[in-house]
Design a protein around this ligand. Structure first.
Ligand code: GLY
Ligand code: MN
Ligand code: MN
Length: 434
């Protein structure tokens, strides 16, 4: 881990220095962030660090500052107040510390005084006022093109980052196994969720995103977040990851009991198989959009085979009939953020490459390239709101509405793996564990 980390920091120094030079800066300060306090309240939201800070160092907590200057060891200023209200865990001797000139101070004001700034030092973070007070020029505070260049680089994962994502997967796998067993015993959504936390040793606020634990029809709500006491489901769609050192996995499985509708069980097997064929497409040089379009073709064939379409798969695809069943993108970049940044970025200095009008929810329009990590997550859902418009009019006869009505209480199927692109193909980070 520590040898990979040294290389990770060396790469961050190289890419950051290049980004600074391209935008006319010679140094960068990144803050770990400041807590968000709810309006008219004394309670804070769960704290999340500035992702650009998290990209460098797995040091938790707010107010720390990182100072990166060309040809110098980066300086890390840790804010470690004495405190009896909240626990301030001792730092110990973490593996990452030796990569920095490391300083500890007792409060945020002292941290800013530790910086020796050149006139061309940029600031990135959520404290523009503090940066201004510390002497940063207004056009050096979160300069959009510099931020875009840092975001662009986040798509290319170092070996250290892939290791973090693998560990986040192994942790999630323990929870997914327990969740499946609990579902088969008839556990409720709330019980399954709590068991997942127990098995992964996670607090709820530490999850990379709010867990989706959906029994039966609730699987058709893409980001269903309630946790019902309802037990004895026939279908479980569970979408939940786990954290490791600031990185998070994002994994979905759909399970059925023997009592579930037989056609729905075939659908579950079919989506699982087509998801693996989509993963097999992943290699450098193909447009990410090709995987998304292939997902629609595959889903069209599967739904035709199961009798949901009364026309051939090819015709259903050409007529766009899969869109109400698969109304999201086939995946997204993954890393520090669950929907990691830069998926639609046109070039290193910014810009947006929009998805085609037919697929507005596709989050990644870039080429597949070596060292990217993203999800592959096709799904098929029975969403009354989206199907309604097809019940009448030109397309109505292409669907078996009686079968759709029978399958609607089953909700939906989504299967989601995390893949790491290698020079010759990809490594599936999820399948070996889940
Ligand atoms: N868990 C959210 C997603 O899969 O994108
Ligand atoms: Mn996802
Ligand atoms: Mn997910």
């Amino acid at each position: 881990m520590s040898s990979n980390y040294a290389a990770h920091v060396a790469e961050r120094r190289r890419t950051t220095e290049a980004a600074l030079a391209a935008e006319g800066f010679d140094a960068l300060v990144i803050s770990s962030g400041t807590p968000f306090t709810y309006y008219s309240d004394d309670q804070d939201a769960p704290f999340k660090r500035t992702p650009h800070f998290a990209h460098w160092v797995p040091l938790a907590g707010p107010e720390h500052l990182l100072h990166v200057a060309s040809a110098k060891r980066p300086k890390l200023v840790r804010v470690a107040p004495e405190d009896y209200w909240y626990e301030q865990a001792p730092l110990g001797d973490p593996f990452w510390k030796r990569e920095y000139d490391f300083v500890e101070v007792g409060d945020a004001a002292k941290a800013w005084k530790e910086l020796s700034l050149t006139p061309r030092t940029a600031y990135v973070g959520d404290q523009p006022d503090a940066a201004k007070a510390a002497g940063f020029a207004p056009n050096a505070i979160n300069p959009p093109k510099l931020v875009a260049r840092l975001d662009w680089e986040r798509a290319y994962k170092s070996a250290y980052e892939v290791e973090c994502l693998s560990k986040a997967t192994e942790r999630a796998a323990k929870g997914h196994q327990a969740a499946r067993a609990a579902f088969e015993r008839g556990a409720s959504e709330l019980e399954i969720h709590q068991l997942y936390l127990e098995q992964t040793g996670c607090l709820e606020r530490e999850l990379p995103y709010e867990s989706i634990v959906a029994l039966d029809e609730k699987g058709a709500t893409l980001h269903y977040q309630s946790k019902r006491a309802k037990k004895d489901g026939r279908v479980l769609l569970i979408d939940v990851g786990a954290p490791h050192a600031g990185y998070g996995s994002d994994i979905t499985r759909t399970w059925t009991t023997a009592a579930a509708d037989a056609t729905f069980r075939d659908l579950q097997c079919g989506v699982d198989a087509l998801e693996q064929r989509l993963c097999a497409m992943v290699k450098p040089g193909i447009p990410y959009l090709d995987i998304h379009v292939a997902a629609h073709r595959e889903i069209a064939n599967l739904l035709a085979q199961l009798g949901v379409f009364k026309v051939s798969g090819a015709e259903a695809f050409e007529r766009g009939l899969t869109r109400p069943f698969f109304p999201h993108g086939v995946g997204h970049f993954l890393g520090i953020q669950v929907h990691d940044v830069g998926g639609r970025q046109a070039e290193p200095s910014g810009g947006t490459k929009a998805p085609p009008a037919a697929y507005p929810y596709l989050r990644t329009t870039r080429q597949v390239e070596d060292r990217q990590v993203f999800t592959i997550e096709p799904g098929v859902y029975f969403i009354p709101m989206l199907l309604r418009e097809h019940r009448t009019g030109a397309n109505a006869a292409a669907f078996d509405w009686a079968l759709i009505d029978r399958l609607t209480p089953c909700g939906g199927v989504r299967i989601e793996d995390n893949v790491h692109v290698t020079p010759s193909g990809h490594q599936n980070l999820t399948r070996p564990h889940v």
